[in-house]
Write a protein that binds this ligand. Structure first.
Ligand SMILES: C[S@@+](CC[C@H](N)C(=O)[O-])C[C@H]1O[C@@H](n2cnc3c(N)ncnc32)[C@H](O)[C@@H]1O
Length: 224
């Protein structure tokens, strides 16, 4: 593994893939007004940093020391701390956070159900989990490689989940799925393609959505 893993990863991140997630997070923050935010598998720390003005405190955890160091060097803020830690068990009490992110991390972890159970455990009641992970429908990262997205060469993939598999491992008696869609966007810089992607996205906004090409995101609310 390269010692510049965090720098490489940071350079590899497709700005459009970043923006599409920022857009959803912004909407969630406006709606739920979280005070305490946790980012599991926070990577470079760019997401917590981006929203640091909009919550009281943020905690990023990551199992890679390179990522934690990078986050501390490049995305340090007074109200954010980055900690070297694994996703399970999370070293936080029950009901500790208002909003939890888990972006592009579930596919790497060994016990995916436990990852989600833990994320929900540390959420307070009515708290929100925003999770993204590739879809099983395709090997998204082979396409991503071509499109210039951050790729799977850094960490060993455990498993991609289908839409249904992801829904199955969200505990239904303690949480509700608010939204479950594909992060469908034009990864290229060819602007003309934006029209095509927007049109396809609108046409396939119902149940067809899950057949679109791209990673999936799910928004889950812990029950009160
Ligand atoms: C693809 S990166 C995503 C980083 C960031 N969430 C983003 O979307 O840019 C996956 C991150 O998950 C971290 N990771 C992988 N397995 C983990 C685990 N079991 N516990 C905590 N972090 C983990 C990796 O070190 C890496 O920083």
């Amino acid at each position: 593994m390269s010692s510049n893993i965090a720098l490489d990863y940071s350079k590899d991140m497709n700005p459009k893939f970043f923006e599409i997630r920022v857009k959803i997070i912004r909407k969630l923050i406006r709606e739920y007004k979280p005070k305490k935010v946790l980012d599991i598998g926070c990577g470079t720390g760019i997401f917590l940093d981006n929203f640091h003005n909009e919550f009281a405190s943020g905690t990023g955890i990551d199992s890679s020391i390179d990522m934690v160091n990078f986050a501390n060097r490049n995305h340090k803020r007074e109200n954010i701390k980055y900690v070297l830690a694994k996703d399970t068990p999370l070293h936080f009490d029950n009901n500790s956070f208002d909003l939890v992110f888990s972006m592009g991390t579930l596919e790497y972890v060994k016990d995916q159900k436990n990852h989600i159970d833990e994320a929900l455990r540390v959420l307070r009641k009515n708290g929100i989990l925003f999770l993204t992970t590739p879809t099983k429908i395709m090997n998204i990262y082979n396409i991503a490689r071509i499109a210039g997205l951050a790729v799977a060469r850094y960490w060993k993939i455990n498993r991609y989940l289908s839409f249904d598999e992801l829904e199955d491992i969200v505990v239904k008696d303690s949480a509700d799925i608010i939204e479950h869609k594909v992060l469908f966007f034009n990864p290229s810089s060819i602007r003309l393609l934006d029209i095509l992607f927007n049109t396809v996205s609108k046409v396939a906004s119902g149940k067809l959505n899950k057949y679109l090409l791209g990673p999936q995101y799910i928004v889950v609310r812990k029950r009160s």
